[in-house]
Design a binder for this molecule. Structure first.
Ligand code: 5RP
Length: 261
């Protein structure tokens, strides 16, 4: 394992590498967004290069599309491909039911559309993402810019009746300006501490005019692959209840590190 990778990156890398073993020739794939998903894109590109695997991919953000294309992967729009075999993505938190908080990288809208259009979703993560209850990570909500302050006020009002620990909502910024998503929307982050009923909250938030989508992924993820810095991975399948612990071996000279700064 490369000595210069920090422990978290090593954990993310082994989770990504193991998840890419699920990819089969001819598959249509959803490619997630974030630092863990970027490792997955590199691992996938390596399999395509070395094994001649033929895959068609749909990216969940412009960032991922750029990385995948630069590594030689074929990237198509979801409208061209329509339905996917498998999506592999990271997450900000996952609970024992494999419900997720996503959107730390502001790509939750495309991520949810792509994951929902997939037969299977695999989440790749380091152990720090595992929680007994969702909510310590701020829940991202994508809102349209028109009237965003009114939408934020409506969200805050709605939270009063929800089983959450704290109720602060903040507009996500990029420097001095609001962060703008790939779909030209804003993100409001909800600092909730603990979410008592994620399913209810996900449904209620999406009823508010101006809310496009929220970062709660309920009953969407099938498998989580959790990596550890020493190369151990745990593969948990929510549908079968199976948990498999394995060790990932790879050479420090692996090609996938070639494109790193
Ligand atoms: C992007 C996401 C990411 O998957 C999530 O933020 C995890 O990112 P990372 O792998 O960098 O920790 O939801 O919108």
């Amino acid at each position: 394992m490369p000595a210069d990778l920090n422990p978290i990156d090593k954990a993310k890398f082994v989770a990504a590498k193991r998840a890419v073993d699920f990819v089969e020739d001819g598959m249509k794939l959803g490619l997630g967004t974030g630092s863990t998903a970027a490792w997955m894109v590199r691992c996938l590109a390596e399999r395509v290069r070395e094994e001649g695997l033929r895959v068609t991919s749909v990216a969940t953000s412009s960032r991922t599309a750029q990385l995948a294309t630069s590594l030689g992967l074929t990237v198509r729009s979801l409208d061209e491909v329509r339905w996917l075999d498998l999506t592999i993505d990271g997450a900000d938190e996952f609970d024992p039911d494999l419900n997720l908080i996503k959107g730390g990288g502001a790509a939750l809208l495309q991520e949810k559309i792509v994951a929902t259009a997939s037969d299977q979703m695999i989440v790749i993560a380091d152990a720090a993402k595992e929680v007994s209850r969702l909510g310590a990570f701020p829940l991202p909500v994508e809102v349209i810019p028109f009237g965003w302050q009114t939408t934020k006020a409506l969200i805050e009002e709605t939270l009063v009746a929800m089983d959450v620990m704290t109720r602060e909502a903040t507009l996500r910024m990029s420097g001095e300006s609001p962060l703008v998503t790939d779909e030209s929307n804003y993100i409001v982050d909800l600092h909730l501490g603990r979410i008592g009923n994620p399913r209810q909250l996900a449904l209620v938030l999406n009823q508010i005019p101006g809310v496009v989508e929220n970062g709660l992924f309920i009953d969407i993820c099938d498998i989580v692959v959790i990596g550890a810095p020493d190369g151990r991975v745990s593969v948990r399948d929510i549908n079968t209840g199976k948990v498999i612990d394995e060790q990932i071996h790879f050479a420090p000279t692996d090609n996938i590190f070639a494109d790193l700064d």
